[in-house]
Design a protein around this ligand. Structure first.
Ligand SMILES: Cc1cc2nc3c(=O)[nH]c(=O)nc-3n(C[C@H](O)[C@H](O)[C@H](O)COP(=O)(O)OP(=O)(O)OC[C@H]3O[C@@H](n4cnc5c(N)ncnc54)[C@H](O)[C@@H]3O)c2cc1C
Length: 404
């Protein structure tokens, strides 16, 4: 009987478990560990932060997809992986976990790039608790405004105008009227500002498509300060520099941090050869020094054949890595060898939402705008729900409002 320990029930870890359960009925026991007893769709966090989706809509219980005859789920915090002793230590369990194969899918954390005050004075958005904290803070500020009449309470600043910042701005626009009602003001008094260092936003898209996206966001009364480098965050204040100009500042009651993410710092802490929480993995998605450890999802850096820069970390590649890992583990359990061909990846495209009914992106070589893009975004999310959560989660949490 082989023991497979999977750490993290995000896109990468949970799909690996679901596939292993389907492919291996005997000769294996799986232990899955996550700090939460639910899986969350990280790609929808901005909607929970804005309040346009409830947390329950973007999560489902891990127990829904676990086959208890093969898999044991442990809700706990992973604190140490010892690759030499082949053990995992959890915060709340004395006993160590032992494995034949370990799958690390511990995901991403917020990256502040050492900008002073960012950690203390801006709200990150990398998991459900953080997304709900943002929503609670927005609502508290809107309520405060009724007594303070301080316009800063109505000012929302998103630090970082990348993919996540743009999607968040779109969701906030959708919720603007409801915030205004709470504050007792008109919707256009709720100011939404994106601050971004680069002047070429959304580099994953062609120049024309990125321009379309940026103009779409601006047309929704979102102020964009591009070419603006954030130098410091003070309580209620973002300090930035536009080109060679003097420093400027923007007061805001709500400051949200979406400048970027890195892989889980546990990777470095456990002695893996990681940079910003990511390990450059082998062709079989294993740790270069430990062939029994698979490193997948946002903690992995996968080099494309041209070998220049790793593929961007996305849910899409995390799911593809899970497919590969499950297949490779099955072949090793059955034959003792890596029978799967080296991992290869081809992106199916990327679509960014700007609220519930607006989107733009590229899928299977075609650029999409407007309604087809928005429908495609929901279809992509539904497919991922179906593949990992099955029909039950698809029907309970899927996006079927395709026509609008
Ligand atoms: C707002 C937003 C929009 C996005 N949109 C897209 C998109 O449109 N398309 C796309 O492809 N990608 C998108 N992404 C990126 C995508 O969400 C990530 O690449 C993806 O979530 C990575 O999957 P993962 O399984 O590696 O990690 P995660 O989804 O981060 O899962 C990691 C899991 O590990 C658990 N965990 C972490 N540390 C510990 C610990 N110490 N102990 C126990 N458990 C732990 C966490 O609870 C979590 O369940 C978006 C991200 C954000 C934030």
């Amino acid at each position: 009987m082989k023991e497979v320990v999977v750490l993290g029930a995000g896109y990468a870890g949970l799909k690996t478990v679901v596939l292993l359960q389907k492919k291996l009925k005997n000769n294996v026991h799986i232990t899955l560990v996550d700090r939460n007893n639910y899986h969350y769709e990280a790609t929808d966090l901005h909607e929970a932060a804005a309040g346009t989706q409830s947390a329950s809509r973007i999560t489902y219980p891990i127990s829904d997809v676990i086959n208890p005859q093969i898999t044991t789920f442990i809700q706990d915090e992973v604190v140490k992986i010892d690759p030499d002793k082949k053990t995992v230590k959890l915060a709340g369990h004395e006993e160590l976990l032992h494995y034949d194969y370990c799958v690390l899918g511990l995901g991403f954390v917020s990256e502040t790039f050492g900008i002073p005050g960012a950690e203390e004075n801006a709200l990150p958005m990398t998991n459900v608790k953080e997304a709900l904290a943002i929503y609670d803070h927005i609502i508290a500020k809107m309520k405060d405004y009724r007594t303070t009449h301080n316009p800063d309470d109505l000012q929302i600043v998103i630090c970082g105008g990348g993919f996540t910042g743009i999607e968040l701005a779109g969701a906030l626009v959708d919720a603007r009227a409801s915030y205004a009602k709470i504050a007792g003001v008109s919707p256009d008094e709720i100011k939404i500002t994106l601050i971004e260092a680069s002047t070429r936003l959304l580099p994953m898209f062609s120049e024309k498509l990125a321009e379309y996206g940026v103009n779409l966001v601006k047309s929704l009364n979102v102020q964009l300060l591009d070419g603006s480098r954030i130098s410091k965050i003070e309580p209620g204040k973002v300090i930035y520099k536009h080109g060679d100009d003097d420093e400027e500042s923007l007061n805001a009651g709500i400051i949200i941090w979406t400048t970027g993410v890195s892989g889980n710092p546990l990777m470095e802490e456990c002695g893996f050869d990681a940079k910003r929480g990511r390990v450059i993995v082998t062709d079989h998605l294993t740790d270069p020094k430990h062939d029994d450890i698979y490193i997948i999802g946002d903690v992995a850096a996968v080099m494309p054949p041209d070998g220049k820069r790793p593929y961007p970390t996305t849910a899409q590649i995390a799911l593809a890595m899970a497919d590969y890992t499950a297949e490779d583990i099955v072949s090793r359990i059955k034959t003792g060898k890596h029978e799967a061909k080296p991992f290869t990846y081809k992106s199916l495209g990327t679509v960014a939402s700007v609220g519930n009914t607006r989107a733009f992106g590229e899928a299977m070589g075609h650029e999409l705008r407007g309604y087809p893009a928005s429908a495609m975004k929901k279809i992509i999310a539904d497919r991922s729900l179906l593949e990992t959560g099955g029909l039950k989660e698809l029907f309970a949490k899927g996006r079927f409002d395709l026509y609008h």
